[in-house]
Design a protein around this ligand. Sequence first.
Ligand code: AMP
Length: 453
Amino acid sequence: MQIYKTSFSFRNREFPIGNGKALQFIYGSRQFKTKGGLAAGTATTNVYSDKKFKTTMRAMQTSCCSPDEVIFSTNCEESLYCHLLCGLIFRDQVQVVSSTFAHGIVHAFRTFEGKWEDLVNDVRRGELCSWIKTPSLRTAMSKLLNPNPGLANIIYNKCMGLSNWYGVIQELFPNTKYIYGIMTGSMEPYLKKLRHYAGDLPLLSADYGASEGWIGANVNPELPPELAKFAVLPNIGYFEFIPLKEDLIVEPQPIELTEVNIGEEYEIIVTNFAGLYRYRLGDVVKVKGFHNSTPELQFICRRNLLLTVNIDKNTEKDLQLAVKAAANLLEEEKLEVVDFTSGIDSSTEPAHYVIYWEISGEASEELLKECCNCLDKSFLDPGYVSSRKVKTIGALELRILKKGTFHKILDHFVELGAAVSQFKTPRCVGTKNQTLLQILRHNVVKNYFSSAF
Ligand code: AMP
């Protein structure tokens, strides 16, 4: 709550809001007791169920539009529908549209595209549509719903007037001041779609932290998400930094918060009040400057290598850049990459990279072949390029997935107890994750091999 309030005070200076509500796409997940009797659950569930969460949100003039039954429903599809409906009911009061990670907002408005007519009908009739079965949701929503044909007509006309849903958030919630959520790191690929839905509304990137401990606040909310940096809050933990330099064979000793240098990259080590001692978070950050004397960090990527067959090393960031370059080609046919992941296929000799894409419509064969070549060419790591040239890594393969595959992947993780609020699409699927590989395999509709080398 302290970090929420800290960054809110910086945000509110640049983007002041009045008294109102927030349309927050937040979801609690299953909480349970360990054998030893300790309460266990995901971090965000713990936050949302804490009494202080509500008072803090009220103090920040952004109480959630949705009742607790919607936040804590175990059926996330029904819950999302009700979040959207609550947003529409309180349309004039909504000042902020947010979720923990940007994926949550994009996912919500992709769903809105398919369900908007049902939502308009519910507003018109003052009754929740029949496919929502959870009794607690039905009871909670019935307290908010009243027949409102006037509002239904407004929403209907707004939706009909939009071109390809551009600016839908701004149109539906006219008093929104900004869109808020974590937009950096693995969320960057969703920015383009988010900007499309947002219209002219500013996107404000939220703070930097993890279930294991919080790290920094965004004290420069006016910066676009691509440039967001986070001021380390030195009183919430004890932070050390492992310098990351390519040419070192032995890993250097960690250095202290005050010893970091601008422009250099580090892996963070956290020691905190929750009891973690010198815990390696696995994130790579770059020091961009200082806020007074605390460093401001830019999130770079997860440290684990993603794709490697032999001497090649490609990180999440490299994959993101390659996908971005190839996805630009899809614009020719007004298509976009809905989501993506990757893996290594070692069943061929030599092994090769596989990129999985779900795209928004049907692309031509020619274009997809071009995208496949572009992906292969866009991995610039010298180890990869040289191995491709001498064919010790096979031709990159692009596999196109059925529409809705990433939705199935989200459902799969939720079934395992993950929280939708904290969901991040895995960007690389290893052979250990057979269930996920199976979902991917069963949903491939076409594949292409690169002829770039
Ligand atoms: P979780 O498993 O939900 O606790 O996720 C924590 C992880 O999410 C961190 O270790 C980061 O890799 C990532 N993350 C959290 N905040 C940010 C941020 N502001 N920018 C980029 N990545 C973030």
